[in-house]
Ligand binder design. Structure first.
Ligand code: CP
Length: 308
């Protein structure tokens, strides 16, 4: 049994195997109606708990559909409806859930909640996003890049905007999959220094470039995300927007990247804020493939967690 807690906590060879497996799983389903079960049913007779302490569209639906297509069943639980939200400890919740279900996916606020769940669960626990990281999203992003342009190794990936939980996992992926990453954000919204140091120790280039035009020069992949995350206070919204306006991804900025560069956004997007509609809906955008690939990548993650 394996927990999938973070990209930097998982062996690089296992991550590579999951991406290859996701490609195989996606190919095997090509052209099938959504309700068709997968030819392989590794989750037959398995029950998976999907716990959400924050809102979700993609994570919730892609995990639910993925488990069902692999033959399993799900229960979607809201943190506030459980005793977890009323004082029962995370450790006790983990012990109890482990008696009912075969795997737990949790989206939560504090990383400590995820880690305590994993420490005390006797079934695999998957990180469906915390305030600090979002590894399932980045597994889908690697799959998406590679199905369009081949191996991501040695490529230049550029992140524009807030140094949030998504870029944290992207930095981890740079270290594990061997690509260079440039982060273009104001001084006050840089990613965690420890994550940057970790990736540099793995031997990849991590550049911090506050000028967005310089950052995007020669990029193979341009990525952005909302300027205000779910856990950020709404009172910071106006200040954030003022700080990040120069980092909006528009056609002029994309013109600094390679002509065949891809554009990604994990969604939900705020059109006209961090990215223009012309980029989102333009020829370099692969955002709908990226959303779909949550399904295929997470199937590979779940199979790895269960040793299947
Ligand atoms: N990208 C992502 O995780 O989307 P949701 O918040 O809708 O799950």
């Amino acid at each position: 049994m394996n927990h999938f807690l973070d990209i930097h906590k998982t062996d690089a060879s296992d991550l590579r195997q999951m991406i290859n497996e996701a490609k195989r799983i996606k190919t095997a389903r090509k052209g099938q109606p959504k309700g068709t079960p997968d030819a392989e049913q590794p989750l037959a007779n398995h029950m998976v708990a999907l716990i959400f302490e924050k809102p979700s569209t993609r994570t919730r639906v892609s995990f639910d559909v993925g488990v069902r297509q692999m033959g399993g069943q799900t229960m979607v639980l809201s943190g506030s409806d459980m005793q977890l939200g009323h004082g029962e400890t995370i450790a006790d919740t983990a012990r109890v859930l482990s008696r009912y279900v075969d795997m737990i996916m949790i989206r939560t606020f504090e990383e400590s909640t995820l880690l305590e769940m994993a420490e005390h669960a006797s079934v695999p626990v998957i990180n469906g996003l915390t305030n600090r990281t979002h590894p399932c999203q980045i597994m889908a992003d690697i799959l998406t890049y590679e199905e369009h342009h081949g191996s991501i190794k040695g490529k230049k990936v550029v992140w524009l905007g807030d140094g949030n939980n998504v870029v944290a996992s992207l930095i981890h992926a740079a270290g594990q999959f061997g690509f260079d990453i440039t982060i273009s954000a104001p001084e006050t919204l840089q990613p965690e220094a420890g994550f940057v140091a970790w990736a540099r120790e793995k031997g990849v280039r991590v550049n911090l470039e506050t000028n967005p035009q310089k950052a995007v020069e020669g990029a193979d992949l341009v990525v952005t995300d909302t300027w205000v995350s779910m856990h950020d206070s709404q009172t910071t919204k106006e200040r954030r927007h003022n700080q990040l306006r120069a980092y909006q991804v528009d056609d002029a900025l994309m013109a600094h990247a390679k002509s065949d560069a891809l554009f990604m956004h994990c969604l939900p997007a705020h059109r006209g804020e961090e990215v223009t509609s012309s980029v989102m809906d333009g020829p370099q955008s692969v955002i709908w493939d990226e959303a779909e690939n949550r399904l295929h990548a997470q199937k590979a993650v779940m199979r790895w967690c269960l040793g299947k």
